[in-house]
Ligand binder design. Structure first.
Ligand code: SF4
Length: 276
């Protein structure tokens, strides 16, 4: 089991930390239990698969077929996919218990939005996919000459007057609040040679093109809610950019709730991903 290190930054009361569809800390101050489970699942899958890349592609492919997933989950066939979905459902459901209610509440065009309409099985597969990518590409990411991190602005201190300012490719935190998780995460990233940006304006495709043109090896660390993060990580890999990612502890931004609630990530997991 990995060592749980000190957690900096402001953390909310356990019973007030709710996500619209998921929460990695539904009844705890930190999301350590989630990471124990997801790391174990990922390790077991990697050990039972001769080729990590093929495993990753299989998990991605399985997640594309939303309707078929529910059938597979409830089928009597006992196929490897059914067994995988059942294992994920029994271990990860406590973290995704809001999905069904959210799906039933969708109205109008929201019912056609791929991010908002992810099923619970797709969440579970996305969680596994993120962790598999972290295991498979973590070493390559850490050995890149240039490393950028893109943080969501919903991780900032919502009560502070944010002084982040536009720099080369995007906004950079100015460290104005000790209660700000962007501030704490940015400091940790800088200590490990990663340039942190608050993602507001950067066009990642042009950032990648520029890095390739200049002959720089570029690695990316992403932080976002599960649906956005898994898509962003796939996009990086499609462009040949080694990527690692940490999901926000819950989805709590205006897109999901109509207003912003402040958010956290697991800083011990961040340290784990950054250390050689
Ligand atoms: S610490 Fe950084 S991200 Fe947080 S409010 Fe201040 S400038 Fe903005």
């Amino acid at each position: 089991m990995r060592t749980i290190q000190a957690h900096a930054g402001r953390q909310p009361e356990p019973d007030s930390f709710e996500g619209k569809t998921y929460s990695l800390r539904p009844d705890a101050v930190f999301s350590d239990r989630y990471y124990e489970i997801i790391e174990q699942l990922s390790e077991t899958l990697l050990q039972s698969s001769p080729n990590p890349q093929t495993l990753l592609l299989d998990v991605q492919e399985l997640g594309k077929h939303k309707r078929a997933l529910r059938k597979l989950l409830t089928s009597d066939a006992g196929s490897p996919d059914t067994l995988l979905l059942r294992t994920l459902s029994s271990t990860l459901h406590p973290f995704t218990s809001g999905v069904e209610l959210h799906l039933r509440s969708l109205r109008g065009f929201d019912r056609w939005n791929r991010t908002l309409t992810m099923s619970e099985e797709q969440y579970h597969l996305a969680m596994v996919e993120i962790e598999l990518v972290n295991s498979i590409y973590g070493g390559q990411f850490r050995s890149c000459k240039k490393k950028f991190a893109f943080l969501p602005h919903c991780l900032r201190d919502l009560e502070a007057e944010c002084r982040s300012a536009q720099r080369d490719i995007d906004y950079v935190c100015k460290g104005c609040s000790d209660d700000c998780n962007v501030n704490h995460v940015s400091k940790t990233l800088r200590l490990h040679g990663v340039k942190p940006y608050v993602w507001m304006t950067a066009d990642l495709r042009s950032v990648f093109r520029k890095a390739h043109k200049e002959g720089n090896s570029l690695g990316v660390l992403g932080i976002a809610c599960v649906p956005e993060l898994v898509r962003g990580m796939r996009m990086c890999l499609r462009h040949g950019v080694p990527v690692v990612g940490i999901p926000l502890d819950a989805n709590r931004c205006a897109r999901w709730w109509g207003k912003f609630y402040w958010n956290t990530i697991n800083l011990a997991k961040l340290e784990d991903l950054l250390k050689d």
